[in-house]
Design a protein around this ligand. Structure first.
Ligand code: HEM
Length: 509
């Protein structure tokens, strides 16, 4: 396969000696596989033929919303590796961080099942490019290497920082406008989605959509609702026998309608911007560095126009499902811990004037902010798992794992377990500060963006938006949690808030 000859991301070229070592390693693996315990002996809940344990989620004691809790229960019951079949699909769940570490270490060209099979199906159905998270092997490498520099290098991401600063400033102005006299803001989760949408479309198209304006209401509402529906229905379909793959079921049709609305709008934005870029180029008015994001992608000969479109749309679609709820959770943690909030305020209050932008250099410092964000991700990770699909027979925890098995690496479900963290439910950013902490934390437990070559490609963009937004919110407001209830979370393939955030924003003098 051609991929074996390609450069790795670290720029190393494999030598003959390394290949010899790999062959020897492969032979050792074959021997080890034969010594492993058979796959069938991996423990796990039995369930009924074909349906597996599906009814435990549709009729109780669990529900789709609480699927990750069921996995933690099963971890305590069956141990750090177990398998479970739900609606004809078997997954092996791995909770042992040492095994997860080993798996990451041996990843040469990791394959993953699609995060949302429905998205992959939809894109095929509409003749679109599948996009990064839905392909493997050479196809994945082609896409990933074409965006790696643009999206993962800090020097690249900071080019978009002025846009983030501008949208955050507008968001803060809007908060003053829509804030009730009590400090409350209605539908705050939705407001944050609007921010992410505005910030990421600005990054991609260098044109403000102005969705932070009240008048733009109905279209934006529908667009953001479609994003929610897509996650909602895709998750529902994971807990059904996959008839939708063969016949057009009502749920599938509803999903397609939502995706159509979202993509039609997004693809039009791409097309319009490209037309504009061509016009400017023809008239000689296209400035160097203008339309940075799209120019970069369009300039990659290995990418088709369809690839460019999907990679661009993924920026705001994926951000809406991940960065937006992450910000809600981060604020939730800060608002519920006033003493930590004050310590954080001390760190950020003089970084810039309240209405001044945050510089790239400033973002490289901020140890306490980064510790707070890490601790926020520990308590509220976005993804309950990351998945892998080994391309060779392998052995994990002494069991044979045939190639093609779906593996869930469930370290994100260990994040509140006392085996891994002292005072696991306490919000203690200090545990991440060298010198302040006495905790010894396994390095393969808190990995909110995954790890290795398939690590989240939007990570740098997401972090940049989170940091700037938190700094500015804290410079302007004291944030209080305004409810006696905790904010709940539910499983929608990702963890999403199950209730509206009840914050009070009190302006700081
Ligand atoms: C706080 C925000 C985010 C979190 C916590 C997050 C988390 C993750 C995780 C855990 C993975 C799986 C990694 C693995 O398999 O090892 C992933 C993959 C991915 N993420 Fe994110 N993500 C976030 C934001 C974004 C954004 C803004 C984008 C948009 C560009 C994005 C695009 C992707 C893509 C395309 C993949 C698949 C990468 C590949 O297979 O090569 N994510 N993300």
């Amino acid at each position: 396969m051609q991929i074996a000859r390609l450069r790795t991301f670290s720029g190393k070229v494999e030598t003959h000696q390394q290949n010899v070592l790999k062959t020897a390693h492969h032979e050792t693996n074959v021997c080890q596989y034969e010594k492993g315990r058979p796959f069938d002996t991996i423990p796990g809940p039995k369930g009924v033929p074909v349906f597996g344990t599906l009814f435990q989620y549709t009729r109780g004691p669990y529900s789709i919303d609480t699927y990750p809790n069921a996995l933690v229960d099963r971890y305590y019951r069956y141990g750090p590796i177990f398998k479970e079949t739900i609606a004809a699909k078997t997954r092996v769940h791995i909770f042992d961080p040492e095994e997860i570490k080993k798996l990451y270490a041996t990843e040469e060209n990791p394959h993953i099942p699609p995060l949302l099979e429905t998205v992959k199906m939809y894109r095929k159905y509409r003749d679109m490019s599948p996009g990064l998270g839905n392909v493997n092997g050479e196809e994945w490498y082609r896409l990933r290497s074409s965006v790696q520099k643009l999206m993962m290098q800090p020097v690249s991401t900071v080019k978009f920082l002025p846009m983030v600063n501008e949208v955050v400033a507008d968001f803060i102005k809007r908060m003053y406008k829509i804030r009730a006299s009590t400090g409350e803001i209605n539908n705050f989760n939705f407001e944050l989605s609007k921010f992410i949408y505005e910030s990421s479309t600005y990054t991609c198209f260098e044109k403000r959509q102005q969705i932070l304006d009240d008048e733009k209401g109905s279209h934006t509402d529908k667009l953001l609702a479609c994003n929610r529906t897509m996650l909602e229905l895709s998750t529902k379909l994971k807990f059904q026998l996959p008839f939708f793959k063969y016949i057009s079921t009502p749920t599938w049709r509803k999903l397609v309608a939502s995706e159509d609305f979202f993509y039609r709008f997004g693809l039009t934005l791409v097309d319009e911007t490209v037309v504009k870029m061509n016009e400017l180029a023809e008239s000689g008015d296209l400035k160097n560095g203008q339309y940075e994001f799209l120019s970069y992608l369009l300039g990659r000969r290995e990418l088709s126009y369809k690839d460019v479109s999907i990679l661009t749309l993924s920026m705001f679609n994926d951000g809406l499902s991940t960065t937006s709820p992450s910000l809600v959770w981060q604020l939730y943690c800060i608002s519920r811990h006033p003493e930590k909030q004050e310590k954080l305020y001390e760190e950020v209050k003089d970084l810039s004037g309240k209405s001044e932008p945050i510089s790239a250099q400033t973002l490289t410092r901020l140890p306490y902010l980064k510790a707070c964000v890490k601790e926020g991700f520990r308590l509220f990770p976005i993804a309950p798992d990351v998945t892998r699909e080994p391309t060779k027979d392998t052995v994990i925890s002494g069991y044979q794992i045939p190639k093609g098995t779906y593996l869930s690496l469930n370290n994100n479900l260990l994040l509140r377990l006392p085996e891994y963290f002292a005072e696991p439910n306490a919000y203690k950013p200090e545990r991440w500060i060298r010198g302040d902490s006495t905790d010894s934390i396994h390095p393969y437990v808190v990995l909110p963006f995954g790890h290795g070559t398939r690590m989240c490609v939007g990570r740098r963009f997401a972090e940049q938006e989170i940091y700037v937004m938190l700094i500015k919110l804290l410079q302007h407001f004291k944030i209080e949690w305004n409810s006696c209830e905790e904010m709940g979370r539910k499983f929608r393939t990702l963890f999403t808030p199950s209730t509206e955030a009840k914050f009070k924003f009190i302006p700081r003098e």
